[in-house]
Design a protein around this ligand. Structure first.
Ligand code: C5P
Length: 238
């Protein structure tokens, strides 16, 4: 497999074509952004930590029956993935109130959400990733009702698998965002799963171990990501 030209550069990852039309290389960069790209910094080791972390989680999900785009880790900062037609809809599940939900509804941060909530957002930085619903997604052709049903089912399956996994490391999976694409007609989990796209709290102290450390200027961002990995038994290079 040969890496060819850059296809697209996102806020934290760059995507390259390969000599195989069905495969892409994801390069995890150190760039870290929040607030729709309004706060940007480079954090040493972040690309490597997120690539290794994502590879671990994607393999766990795959083993548990979730179809993912992940093929294999290629290097410290690169992974090989299936080339999909991305669905421009972000799926968010929340087990505990935090972030956007607290801001929007004025509920208290930290309250348990039973049952967990499921929200859809349009992936569109210029519009600030607005909240949408299934009707809007269908009307504007962002996703079909069948795809939306599959995305919801898979997002809740991921919740079941990862809540248990993080609990083993004494962590609470507060919320997370997933993105999906279509590969050979099948809805498949794409993008990444890392502390950049979820909230994780220490189960006892409720210390934040995720990107909120960056958003809120708490410091120790990558140290927290590595701590999460360490608790799951991941060893990071270097
Ligand atoms: O900001 P909000 O509370 O809606 O985010 C919910 C979850 O989705 C958080 O874990 C956040 O990190 C993630 N998210 C993301 N990318 C976005 C929006 C939210 O990873 N564009």
């Amino acid at each position: 497999m040969e890496k060819r030209q850059e296809l697209y550069a996102g806020k934290a990852k760059s995507v390259y074509t390969t000599d195989d039309a069905d495969l892409l290389v994801l390069n995890f960069r150190d760039d870290t952004s929040a607030f729709d790209g309004k706060k940007v910094e480079s954090l040493a080791r972040k690309g490597m930590v997120n690539n290794v972390f994502n590879a671990f989680i994607m393999q766990r999900l795959q083993e548990a029956g979730i179809p993912t785009h992940f093929e294999k880790q290629l290097s410290d900062t690169e992974s090989l993935v299936k080339k999909m037609q991305m669905i421009p809809v972000e799926c968010v599940v929340r087990n505990i109130a935090a972030g956007g939900l607290v801001k929007r509804l004025g509920v208290e941060e930290g309250i348990a959400l039973n049952p967990p909530t499921f929200e859809l957002f349009l992936k569109n930085d210029d519009k600030g990733d607005p909240m949408i619903n299934e009707s809007l997604a269908e009307t504007f052709g962002w996703a079909t009702p069948e795809q939306l049903a599959k995305m919801k089912l898979l997002t809740f399956k991921v919740n079941h698998i990862l809540k248990a996994l993080f609990a083993e490391g004494d962590m609470l999976l507060v919320d997370y965002k997933l993105e999906f694409g279509v590969f050979k007609g099948e809805v498949v989990l794409g993008d990444e799963f890392s502390p950049d796209g979820c909230r994780l709290w220490d189960a006892n102290t409720r210390e934040k171990l995720d990107k909120d450390r960056f958003r809120q200027g708490l410091g120790g961002v990558i140290e927290a990501y590595e701590e999460v990995g360490r608790r799951l038994g991941i060893t990071f290079p270097g």
